[in-house]
Design a protein around this ligand. Structure first.
Ligand code: URA
Length: 208
């Protein structure tokens, strides 16, 4: 186990015990994040949904299937080569009864994000992909909507950040045939270029 792995395990232990906000009262499991401690690319989503809350793993529901396809088919990589995390580590739901998901509120983001910042510091990725509006707003300190800002490089503490649509947003807007898939693919191509990685062979017009 290398130092990064040790530091991440230690931090994951702290997250598991965390009672700093009310989301801890309703969660089943904390969702710390997973992947390579030495990852060159880190994906940052919003927060756990139902499947993630039940399993303790990020992006394992429907949005996760799409993200996995983007990583595997679009980038020619595996989930274990990258690192996948979220802005907040516990599931946020509208009525605290664990029925419908909602974005984390500003207080929850403020309380939880020191964990994410430490993850980024430990891993030190070459590139961050911000999935959707909340993580983009947080990392780039911007109020600009995701439609306007996606595809444009930003900076987080010296790390290039590529904002793109959240997989759930793509699924809600046309799914398999969504025109947004082409835009995500454009963004992912820029990430591959920045990493100096080749485009996977046989790619047509979509990251997934
Ligand atoms: N959506 C997210 O933002 N994160 C997950 O882990 C799953 C769905």
């Amino acid at each position: 186990m290398n130092d990064r792995e040790k530091s991440l395990n230690e931090l994951a232990g702290q997250v598991e015990q965390c009672r700093n906000c009310r989301l801890s009262e309703t969660r089943t499991k904390t969702v710390f994040g997973e992947g390579s401690p030495d990852a060159e690319v880190m994906f940052i989503g919003e927060g756990p949904g139902k499947q993630e809350d039940l399993t303790g793993r990020p992006f394992v529901g429907r949005a996760g299937e799409l993200l996995t396809r983007i990583i595997e088919r679009g980038m020619g990589m595996s989930r274990s080569q990258v690192y996948i995390a979220n802005l907040v580590k516990c599931r946020a739901t509208v009525d605290m009864k664990m029925m419908r998901d909602r974005p984390p509120d500003p207080v929850e983001v403020e309380i939880c994000t020191p964990y994410l910042l430490r993850q980024v510091e430990i891993i030190g990725p070459k590139v961050i992909v911000a999935l959707g509006s909340p993580s983009t707003k947080f990392l780039l300190k911007t109020g600009t909507g995701i439609t306007k800002i996606r595809g444009k490089w930003g900076d987080f503490n010296g790390i290039p950040v590529m904002p793109t649509y959240h997989p759930s947003y793509v699924l809600r807007n046309g799914g398999e045939t969504s025109p947004l898939r082409r835009e995500v693919w454009e963004d992912i191509k820029k990430v591959l270029e920045k990493l100096g990685r080749p485009l996977p062979s046989g790619r047509k017009g979509g990251a997934s």
